[in-house]
Ligand binder design. Structure first.
Ligand SMILES: [Fe+2]
Ligand SMILES: [Fe+2]
Length: 240
């Protein structure tokens, strides 16, 4: 396996490793600025590949912020290895999540983020947006980088297979097919409205964890994903 690196927006790098056995790609993102930020650490098994890839973008010991969509092995399994490799790094995650999860799991105290709170990295600023249980996990959140208008949307639009680094082709159909197959999303009455609210952001690029980055009409894609989930939720409720 190898980890490929692509710059998907100005100073935003996508690290991508395709794992053939699982037929899925695992993506991390580095924001290169005065205070470099990593979104997703990858699972522990990928740490040698991911840390090497990070080092080709910024010296790993200068990493300042370690972030992820929610607590799960592929999102943050290597969190403590990263903290060990980067002495000035701090994990930043939602405030509630820090209290129930990260305060205990991380080797150093995390920085709790309120909903809407912004971290200034230099020219780039990332805004925390809490999305509890969406697509799954109580502590779920996304980060919106305001300078490049990139939404680090984690497991939203998850799909199987290998894909290009950046596309403007449809990403909704593959995500809904994945949902039919494996049901990775916690479908609740709040799922569609929460995703629709994200569509209000001015987004140039959606940075997917398991799929390509997308630079088509991002609001439309989010609204279509929300509509698909709303249909599935209604159908499942009717069956119950
Ligand atoms: Fe996940
Ligand atoms: Fe994931």
């Amino acid at each position: 396996m190898e980890t490929r690196i692509d710059e998907i927006a100005d100073g935003v790098f996508r690290l991508s490793t395709f794992v053939p056995d699982a037929n899925i790609m695992f993506n991390q993102f580095v924001v290169r600025d005065d205070e470099p930020l990593l979104f997703h650490t990858g699972p522990r098994a990928l740490f040698p590949l991911v840390s090497d890839a990070v080092s080709r973008i910024v010296p790993i010991d200068t990493m300042r912020w370690v972030t992820f969509g929610h607590v799960e092995a592929d999102e943050c399994g290597s969190m403590n290895s990263l903290l060990a490799a980067a002495p000035d790094a701090t994990v930043a995650h939602g405030a509630l999540a820090c209290m129930v999860q990260v305060d205990d799991l991380a080797d150093r105290p995390p920085r709790p983020l309120g909903d809407g709170e912004v971290i200034a990295l230099g020219n780039r600023h990332v805004r925390n947006i809490d999305t509890p249980h969406i697509p799954h996990a109580w502590d779920a959140h996304v980060l919106y980088e305001e300078f490049t208008r990139t939404l680090f949307c984690g497991d939203l639009f998850t799909r199987f297979g290998e894909s290009d680094a950046l596309t403007s082709d449809d990403i909704v159909e593959a995500a809904l097919a994945m949902e039919e197959f494996g049901a990775p999303t916690a479908l609740t009455p709040a799922t569609a409205p929460t995703i629709r609210k994200l569509a209000d952001l001015e987004i140039d690029t959606l940075a997917l964890m398991h799929g390509p980055s997308y630079n088509g009409d991002c609001s439309k894609a989010l609204l279509e994903l929300a509509d698909g989930y709303a249909r599935m939720f209604t159908d499942a409720s009717a069956q119950g």
